[in-house]
Unconditional design. Sequence first.
Lengths: 309, 281
Amino acid sequence: MARYILLRILRAMLSVVLVVTFAFVVLRLSGDPALTLMSPEAPAEVIAAFRKSWGLDQPIWRQYLDYFGAIARGDLGISMRDGRPALRMVLERVPATLALTIPAFLLKISVGVPAGILAALHRNSRLDRLLMAGAVAGFTVPSFVLGLVLVLVFAVQLGWLPSGGQEGLRSAILPILTIALGGAGVLARFTRSAMLEVLGQPYMRTAAAKGVPWRVAVWRHALPNAAIPIVTVIGFMVGTLIAGAVVVESVFSWPGVGRLLVVAVSSRDLAVVQCILLMVSLTMVASNLIVDMIYGVLDPRLRGGGGRG
Amino acid sequence: MTAPPKRRTPIPATVLIAMGWIAVVLIVALTAETIRPYGITALDLRARLTPPIGFGGDLRHFLGTDELGRDVLSRLLVSIRVSLLIAFSATAIAAVLGTAMGFLAAHFRGPLEQLVLMLIDFQASIPFLILALAVLAFFGNSLLLFIVLMGLYGWERHARIARGLAIAANAQGYAMAVRQLGAGPLRIYLTHVLPNIAATLIVSATLCFPEVVLLESGLSFLGLGVQPPMTSLGSMVGYGREYITRAPWILLAPSAIVVLTTLSVSMLGDWLRDRLDPTLR
């Protein structure tokens, strides 16, 4: 078990190093920030001073190490447009994003999982087909289309809800629905196939042969076993809480991290972009690590041979 | 001697409809430049924001016009072409790149395999949209860069599948036999292993395709993908969003095409998967 945990932590750390390296490499490959940012007519000494203040006059390996050092200290650079620390700008936006993604997360679980279980228990029935058609529609309709159609119906035609902005609860309803519906579709499909796999297991037949009522067998044997992969997938979704609303926030002009990212990308505010990139990947890596650990506890088979995972 | 009749399950009606739709879209994509009634930047300032036919419009602009009086139908046809071109190229790049990486890993094992696995982990650990946005922020945008970037989507899935299947194939009689006969690795992988695992790879590419369409249209919708004057389905929706109250037809037409196309291709992909390779989940 210790070996399993250690290996996972090592792999997670490696991922973080890779992400930081990636950010560094793209940052340097993208050209000289001094030239992209300053006006072409800027005098040479101004450009030189700018490069010195950003550490661009150092050798590349030195810049790389300094970059790691700065990130470790939480210094993610200054927004080139705003002049404020990038990290602070991003952190300010996190609550607004979580206000959308957490309710959406709960909603997609409470719709997706029961729908998947129901479909699996009534396999190939009309209900199953209906639910799965809904699920496929849920994740093949792009979120911006779904969002705009909801706006068209509920804001423009019916006038029940605002089409965007941040007027508290009412304006959060449509974006939350938009995020939740797609995720619920994915989850429903996954839950269904996990359930079907468990229902086909020999122990289900044994339970039936022993005379265990179907309902009890489903509750006692099928659901706990199907829960393992489902919990894993839900765990991976936790990692997307910060990043999962880029498009939807833009549709509804919601002032969250995703909107900030889009604006930063189009104005090429590199410090903010790299800050979001690093933060999102850190959350992803951390949540994947936690899921791996929980998985190791839930499913003893994984702990065994070590290298096979 | 006749072979025993194969039992064929009929193709479900929904899949047939999906195939029909895909065929229509493909024909449109190929002929868009000849069948479009107007140029995509041709302005008809007298007919600005004309609704589609049936909603107060006339035959001249079948699907209406936008704020600048540009014909929605013409723009739609060209958008289909651009979006499909990007999605096809990107899917092809991802499939070739992924398969090559998978084969490399399977052939050399050792450190190279570890490197490939590490890259796969890396790719899988960051949401691709964020990665793509970061690259676009750093490098700016051009159609070529955009296609290459989209081509990085999903390579890791193909790589994983190709590596697993190639390792399995290497241990099978046919690969060993041609190796004994003196065939080089390139020949073994390309003319012997690849055809044997192609079905699985095609299915995995088919399942990837709609996701690339969604990604491309999402980025273009945000204004960070295909840039004007060129148009794509996503950028049409992004443009139409400004006129959602006054002229919803501008965004509804491309939205419908995106939805129908992704839906059709994923239905086809699911069906192919069940038929060709039940082991892929």
